[in-house]
Design a protein. Structure first.
Length: 524
């Protein structure tokens, strides 16, 4: 391995449920698959290295060639982070406009991933769900906590402690603040005014601090949905830069964090009310992001009033704000047909005591939206706006801390139901005919009743005449009290009419006559 004395190798760094230990076998540096192989160099300090110095490394291995951009981390330090996608030997060589950084060479061995490292989340083969790279299903139960990573060390630690026992496996989080925060300046200051900063000079300390929180989130097994832009900083103007500055910022974030396997990209929150950008501007920034991210992480953009066209090829999944879309499964399922991609309703109104219309759901209403989204073959996001002063900015939604609502345990129960279900996920079953069924035809069915409180259900499952008929077992699922009660006996399905099947000997299932009940039927 030919490595300059100015080059430091940092290997085996991972962001996920478990950390790997870097190893050496017969002098060969090892990095686990989907971990982070980091190269650290000393280089030019003069001028503005962010603008003046270009740096990348070309990695070759497993029959692939991947060019990975580097970034300047201050004090003459440059870094390149690469997450190897395949096991085997990899060689690398740097490219740079600075002679002392150019033509550095080295190699490493990519070894098997450690336990808990399932790789990055991808869109499943069917196009509507998510799986980790090793094929393990990813059942999204997300939350939003905009500026948690920008709070005090104590507040960040409190948020992480809360997440450690919470059901959430995805966190939406801003890079720049939208509410009061400790860390507020991602760019070098040029004066005392709120807009006295230089968009061409990043403050590495700000990004390192954010990165520390990002890594700790990954160590809990939580995906980080990193939101690059938002419309809530009129005071500072970080989201109103010129195009060249926006491009530089997107490239910098991609180079710093793209190698972490748990990172997702959200180009913007409520993109349509960022007044200084058009749809063409967002399209352009997506092109910049795609070009800057050789690891090809998941990409989305979030709306307020106007849906972005999620069918565009650079969008991997739809991130939607719509509170009414998950008041029944039909409206949720139609969104899949609009996008032909996975749909996450990242904002459906929040549980809380806010006086604002978007922050006062009861726990029951929050959980109901998750269940209707599930039956419709989509995914839903959570947050809380509980605060003694009814100030959403200082709640979980804005700053993190602790959870005060009642929905989280019920979402953990829902997650267990999802994990026991079909792979890769629940699909809507004849939603246009009001069956209110999700699952996999002729194998697995979930029937959800929401706020209704029926005392019985006539078992009618959609099935064509030529479909095989099986025996099923049934469970009554109390989604609020978190109980599963088996229905005694079996159901021997027969065709009923042209479109349904049922058991003529057992046409009905008795129900408890209270809300938030579901029935699960599984092929024996």
């Amino acid at each position: 391995m030919n490595v300059s004395r100015r080059t430091i190798l940092k290997t085996g760094l991972v962001a996920g449920a478990a950390a790997a230990t870097p190893g050496m076998a017969q002098g060969v540096v090892q990095t686990e698959r989907w971990g982070v192989h980091e190269l650290v160099f000393e280089g030019p300090r003069h001028g503005n290295p962010v603008v003046d110095v270009e740096l990348a490394a070309v990695f070759k291995g497993a029959g692939r060639t991947i060019r990975v951009p580097g970034f300047y981390d201050g004090d003459g330090t440059y870094r390149i982070r690469f997450s190897p996608p395949e096991i085997g030997d990899w060689n690398w060589e740097t490219e740079s406009s600075a002679s002392e950084l150019a033509r550095q060479r080295g190699s490493f061995a990519c070894v098997a991933p450690s336990p808990g490292n399932h790789g990055p989340v991808r869109v499943s083969a069917d196009g509507y769900h998510f799986t980790y790279a090793d094929g393990t299903p990813f059942r999204q139960i997300g939350t939003t906590c905009y500026a948690w990573a920008l709070q005090s060390d104590a507040k960040c630690a409190q948020t992480l402690a809360t997440l450690k026992t919470a059901p959430f496996n995805k966190m939406r989080m801003l890079v720049t603040p939208n509410v009061a925060a400790v860390a507020t300046d991602p760019f070098a200051r040029t004066g005392r005014g709120p807009r006295d900063w230089d968009p061409a000079r990043f403050d590495p300390a700000y990004f390192r601090r954010y990165e520390d929180r990002l890594i700790k989130l990954g160590q809990l097994g939580i995906e980080a949905d990193v939101i690059l832009f938002h419309p809530y900083d009129e005071k500072r103007g970080y989201n109103d830069m010129k195009r060249a500055d926006d491009e530089r910022y997107v490239r910098y974030c991609a180079a710093r964090w793209g190698a972490y396997r748990h990172v997702w990209w959200s180009m913007a929150n409520e993109y349509d009310i960022v007044k200084t950008k058009t749809v063409a501007d967002w399209d352009h920034l997506f092109q910049v992001l795609v070009g800057a991210d050789p690891h090809d992480r998941l990409r989305s953009i979030h709306n307020l009033n106007i849906y972005y066209d999620h069918r565009k090829p650079w969008i991997t999944h739809a991130s939607v704000q719509n509170g009414a879309a998950v008041l029944d499964d039909n409206r949720a399922a139609i969104h899949r047909e609009f996008t032909l991609k996975p749909v996450i309703f990242d904002e459906v109104v929040y549980e809380g005591n806010s006086t604002q219309r978007w922050g006062n759901l009861t726990g029951e209403q929050m959980v109901e939206r998750f269940w209707w989204g599930l039956i419709g073959g989509t995914y839903v996001g959570h947050s809380e706006t509980y605060d003694p002063a009814q100030n959403a900015d200082t709640s979980w939604l804005g700053q993190g801390g602790t959870l005060k609502g009642t929905s989280a345990p019920r979402l953990a129960f829902l997650k267990k139901i999802m994990e026991e279900g079909p792979v890769p996920g629940i699909d809507p079953i004849q939603h246009l005919w009001d069956y209110h069924l999700g699952g996999q035809p002729n194998a697995y069915y979930l029937k959800y009743f929401g706020a209704a409180a029926p005392t019985e259900w006539r078992v009618r499952l959609h099935s064509r005449k030529d479909a095989p008929k099986h025996r099923f077992r049934a469970d009554i699922v109390d989604t609020w009290n978190m109980t599963v009660t088996p229905v005694p006996g079996e159901f021997a399905m027969q065709q009923i009419g042209d479109y349904d099947m049922g058991d003529p000997a057992r046409p009905m299932i008795a129900l408890p006559g209270k809300p938030w009940i579901a029935v699960r039927m599984v092929k024996i």
